[in-house]
Write a protein that binds this ligand. Structure first.
Ligand SMILES: C[S@@+](CC[C@H](N)C(=O)[O-])C[C@H]1O[C@@H](n2cnc3c(N)ncnc32)[C@H](O)[C@@H]1O
Length: 441
């Protein structure tokens, strides 16, 4: 059996049975099994592609098996998903896709099950992906686009809602959401410039953040500036969020007390720390999970950042901060590009609980802010319940002054109607980060 398909199948099973993350499980297995080069690239394409397309693949499997996928045993379903993905979404020959799947089933489950896999895949291979989409996609426009681009409909609908008048871009957005994201590096201010980092790494300077560099490929962890801690891997959208916090105008002078209330794993805390260091300011960073707090300590080593392992809703910190970032826990619907299986794992039921936490964290931040200070609220989700609604409700309750956040992302176009700002993968090449700046009277 070929190592690429075996490893892909093992990861799919781990994701289904143990809620593993494909983007963590796959590199580990590739390392353990010493798979590299073309086999590793093919295993990656199979694993991530199959994980991302699950809903579409399942509809085809159900149509070919004549029964819902819930009635098919999990391990057989994994083999079918992998097989249908190869048939419909890769240039693998139909012959190879079917035969290798049948071999996988027969080796583990015997001839009977292998016959079932064979029958389903032969039927699936009788039509092209486009023909299956035409046959199986729902008629309504959002449902159709969601099916075509293998997104759950509720997620596609939430994107359409957030795009508002620009909902015509939904197809483009969903397509961008399926592309492998370009690696973004951040050049740590005070240590190296983006121009220097681009030169050293062979990358290209970013479009929006003065600290961003785009990498064409390769393992960023092997780059010297990353190993030395003067550069890091960070989506350009996240860099812009941290920058917006430092740029929003305060009433009165900045006394240099900054707070990152949801800091783990520490990407934004590191950028804030590096910027604070230039002015001799300090940053407190709060993270309740010890293992994530350790990541914050690592990413901010050598910077004026103090890590507090505590709940941001009741941190016990002394009020009076000038600037506070609430980069709230969220559904992560804006960063689906990075987590192949996430779109099928999240459900609409996840939203209300997170919204409650987001509101509580924003309220706690407000209590820690000095009059004239600024809170930046951000999420890596564009879902309106987690973004505009949380902010509007908060402004209503507190009378906070909502600043036009777009002013603190100079040069960035297409951020929406304001006063908050929404970044998008298809427009900006970043995660779909939401940012809102609020000033206390
Ligand atoms: C979106 S992530 C923050 C990402 C981070 N700012 C960065 O740039 O690397 C949200 C973080 O909030 C943390 N969190 C969850 N509940 C929290 C709470 N009650 N108080 C503070 N942080 C919390 C999570 O553990 C997670 O690390």
């Amino acid at each position: 059996m070929d190592p690429a398909r075996e490893v892909a199948l093992d990861v799919l099973r781990a994701v289904r049975e143990r809620d593993a993350y494909a983007n963590l499980a796959l590199p580990k297995l590739l390392r353990e099994r010493k798979i590299s080069g073309r086999d590793a690239a093919y295993a990656t394409e199979l694993t991530y592609g199959t994980s991302r397309s699950q809903g579409q693949l399942d509809a085809v499997i159900a149509a070919c098996a004549g029964r819902p996928v819930e009635e098919i045993d999990g391990p057989i379903l994994d083999i079918l998903r992998l097989g249908v993905y190869q048939l419909l979404r890769t240039r693998t020959s139909a012959h190879a896709a079917v035969d290798t799947s049948v071999d996988l089933a027969s080796a583990e489950f015997g001839q009977g099950r292998a016959g079932f896999v064979n029958a389903v895949l032969r039927r699936a291979g009788e039509k092209t992906a486009e023909q299956w989409i035409t046959e199986l996609a729902p008629a309504d426009p959002v449902g159709k686009l969601a099916f075509e681009h293998a997104h759950p409909k509720w997620i596609a609908q939430s994107f359409a809602d957030a795009l508002g008048a620009e909902a015509g871009e939904l197809g483009e957005l969903l397509a961008a959401d399926d592309e492998r994201p370009v690696v973004h590096l951040v050049a740590r201010p005070g240590d190296i410039t983006a121009e220097e980092l681009a030169l050293v790494t062979g990358g290209e300077e970013g479009r929006w953040s003065p600290y961003a560099v785009y990498l064409d490929g390769g393992d960023p962890g092997l780059l010297e500036p990353v190993r030395d801690g003067i550069a890091g891997v960070q989506d350009e959208g996240s860099q812009l969020v941290a920058l917006a916090l430092t740029r929003a105008p305060l009433d009165g002078p900045d006394q240099g007390r900054w707070l990152d209330l949801c800091a783990g794993p520490g990407g934004k805390a590191a950028l804030l720390g590096a910027l604070a260091a230039i002015d001799l300011f300090t940053v407190d960073a709060v993270e309740p999970a010890e293992h994530r707090a350790e990541l914050v300590r690592k990413s901010t080593r050598g910077l004026p950042v103090t890590v507090h392992v505590t709940d941001g809703r009741d941190s016990g910190l002394t009020p009076g901060y000038d600037r506070i970032l609430v980069d709230a826990p969220c559904t992560g619907l804006g960063a689906l590009r990075r987590r192949p299986e996430a779109r099928w794992r999240r459900t609409p039921a996840d939203v209300p609980e997170l919204v409650t936490l987001q509101r509580e964290l924003l309220t706690a931040a407000w209590d820690l802010l000095r009059p004239g200070g600024v809170v930046v609220y951000s999420t890596c989700s564009p879902h309106l319940s987690e973004t505009v609604s949380v902010v509007a409700d908060f402004v209503r309750r507190t009378g906070a002054e909502q600043l036009d956040t777009r002013d603190y992302l100079p040069g960035v176009t297409g951020l929406g109607e304001g006063p908050s700002a929404q970044l998008w993968p298809h427009r900006h090449g970043t995660d779909a980060m939401f940012v809102a700046a609020l000033r206390k009277q």
